[in-house]
Design a protein around this ligand. Sequence first.
Ligand SMILES: *Cc1c(COP(=O)(O)O)cnc(C)c1O
Length: 452
Amino acid sequence: MTGRTKYVLDETELPARWYNLVADLPAPPPPPLHPATRQPVGPEDLAPLFPAGLIEQEVSGERYVDIPEEVLEVYRLWRPTPLYRAHRLERALGTPAHIYYKYEGVSPVGSHKPNTAVPQAYYNAREGVRKLTTETGAGQWGSALAFACATFGLECEVWQVRASYDQKPYRKIMMETFGATVHPSPSEETAAGRAVLAADPASPGSLGIAISEAVEKAAADPDTRYALGSVLNHVLLHQTVIGEEALKQCALAGETPDVLIGCTGGGSNFGGLAFPFLREKLAGRMSPEIRAVEPAACPTLTRGRYAYDFGDTAGLTPLLKMHTLGHDFVPDPIHAGGLRYHGMAPLISHVHELGLMDAVAIGQRECFAAGVAFARSEGIIPAPEPTHAVAECIREALRCKETGEEKVILTALCGHAHLDLPAYAAYLSGAMEDHELPEAALTEALAGVPRP
Ligand SMILES: *Cc1c(COP(=O)(O)O)cnc(C)c1O
């Protein structure tokens, strides 16, 4: 007989506070620098883009930040999210390992992104902002922000990476249903977009280009601010509700994870799951290995350089110390659109440099094979991004099968694929390619990283 499948928390157990890992690290992460002066940016440099409430969180050293009641009220629409034991996948693999997944696909848009979209919209609305601009790759972030803006009465304007805009018409319809305006990126709406189109009218776009467009639009209008769906400290802070709930649910299951695995695009779902566990590890209460998984086509942590670089293509953002492939890097149009970003969250990069986590890169076909195996045993079709985490869970579970170890593996299943099914069609038809990043392309992209 197998034990329980779902560990479900009552609404009253929704975390009341977000957790800030910075408070517990042995050294603080290097600060963002102003691109002209190379001095740390101050709050006044960020004010044209972000509201004061979020800037405060971005630079905070406080261990905990209370979640406002207005945000909790919206969180309760889908949180707490369930933790599942993947009994059926374990059996299919014949592994003695225990595999658990924290399922964020139950949110209104099908991913973890609303965990930060909702507080970001809240703090902007509270400070009188009228409109938010943003970029979206796979469409998950744009959908989440469109939903959150509808919740707090804000306008929302989204630049969607061209490749994804063409591949994913349903994401656009979802954003429009929530009331947002959606442009393909690069677009004629901004100087940044026009410059890219002039050089390459058929550009498939990239997150870096779309960020430049959204930032340019926000900076030009005093009633408009910009919202970023990953990478920044305040985004990772908001996502820690995932790990805080998972800690309680692991306790319910009577288990302590030996390995934590998450996919990393900018690092927010991974950090959201991992940071509360890392707090426990730093305090000596548990000792899980913590492992990020990225696509072989965009191997930021495993093959990038740890250096100050721009967050966007046009060089409009502050310089961030992070693992980067170079801000000009345009990854191959793999199906995991949410993982096609040239940089990594500075906080994740720092944690990696401190030796508190490791990273692996996996090719697209192995990931989709894992996604199919997961769907056929667990019934949930993972979004293309978390298939990377599932692939590494399966590798780990098969290693356990060799050694006989009963390791406890925990992952974030950060979204479902219901609006990404064409990616599965490409895999099932055999047309999918792996797109490993060639060494020459990497060298060329890294040449674009600014000199110190
Ligand atoms: C956006 C997204 C990602 C990548 O972003 P992170 O900040 O690395 O989490 C991964 N998975 C899904 C489902 C996403 O929507």
